[in-house]
Design a protein around this ligand. Sequence first.
Ligand SMILES: Nc1nc2c(ncn2[C@@H]2O[C@H](COP(=O)(O)OP(=O)(O)O)[C@@H](O)[C@H]2O)c(=O)[nH]1
Ligand SMILES: [Mg+2]
Length: 245
Amino acid sequence: MADITTNILHEDDIDSLGVNYQFLKKLELSNSAFRSWYYTNPHRLGYEKIKALKIIFIGQTGYGKSSLINKLIKKDIFETSDYEACTKTLQSAVYFLHHKRKHENVAYHLSFVDLPGIGENDQADEKYLQWYKGYIKEAAVIVYLFRADKRDHTQDEFFFNNVFDKNKSKQLICVISQADKIEPINRALNLSNNQKKNLLKKESEIRNQSFLNFDKTDIIHLSTHLDINIMELENKIISKIKDIT
Ligand SMILES: Nc1nc2c(ncn2[C@@H]2O[C@H](COP(=O)(O)OP(=O)(O)O)[C@@H](O)[C@H]2O)c(=O)[nH]1
Ligand SMILES: [Mg+2]
C-alpha cells in the first residue's frame, strides 16, 4: 500500500491567522469538530495527543492546492510545483487554539491539510482508499479542487462516486482553481468579460455533473495568481466551520 506520512510544515498560534478565526478560541473543547490526530513522531513540545479541526484540500497534482493554502495562511510554506513525488505525503500547517491543556499533553489546533488527489494507481488500492475515506470523515471542511482549464472528470467521478462520503456534502466546497487559465487566455491582471462568461459556464457544467448531485453544491472560482476570490473562500470555510460547531 502507499506509504502515508504526515509532515507538519508549520506551527503557529491561531492569532497569527487574523481576526476571522478568533471565534475558534471560544469553542468548547468537547466539540465534535475536533478529531484526534496522532503524530507519527513525538511532538517536540511534549504533546501526546492532538485534537484537530481539519480543513482538507483535495485535488490532483498541479491543480493548485499548495498555492491556495499558502494564500489562505498568508505564508509561503507549501512547496508549489508541477511535479509531485509518488509517496503519499500529507502536508499540514497547524494553528494552536489552546495551550492551556499543556499539562495533560493534549493540544488543540486548526489544521490545513494538503491531500493528494486519488490517482488512477490508487483506485485499486483498497487499504489506501479506506484510509482516505476515514480521513474525509474526520474533516470539518473539505475543499475539492477542479481546474479552470481541465475538462476530464474521470478522476473526479471516481472520487465522488467511490470515496467521498455523501453525508459530508454540506461541508464540501468545490473550487475551480486557476481561473486565469480559462479561455480566452490573456496576460492581463484581471479576468476579461469573456473569461468571466466561460467561468460561469464551467461552474454550471461542474454543477450538472451527475457525480455532484448533492442538494446545493457550493462552488467558487478563484485564482491565486490574480488574487481572485481568496477572501470569499476564506469566508465560506469559516461559515462551514460555524455550521458544525
Ligand atoms: N496561472 C495560475 N497558475 C497557478 C495558480 N495556482 C497555482 N498555479 C501554478 O500551478 C502549478 C501547480 O500549483 P501547486 O500549488 O503546486 O499545485 P498542487 O500540486 O495541487 O499543490 C504551480 O506552478 C503554480 O504556480 C493560479 O491561480 N493561476
Ligand atoms: Mg502541492
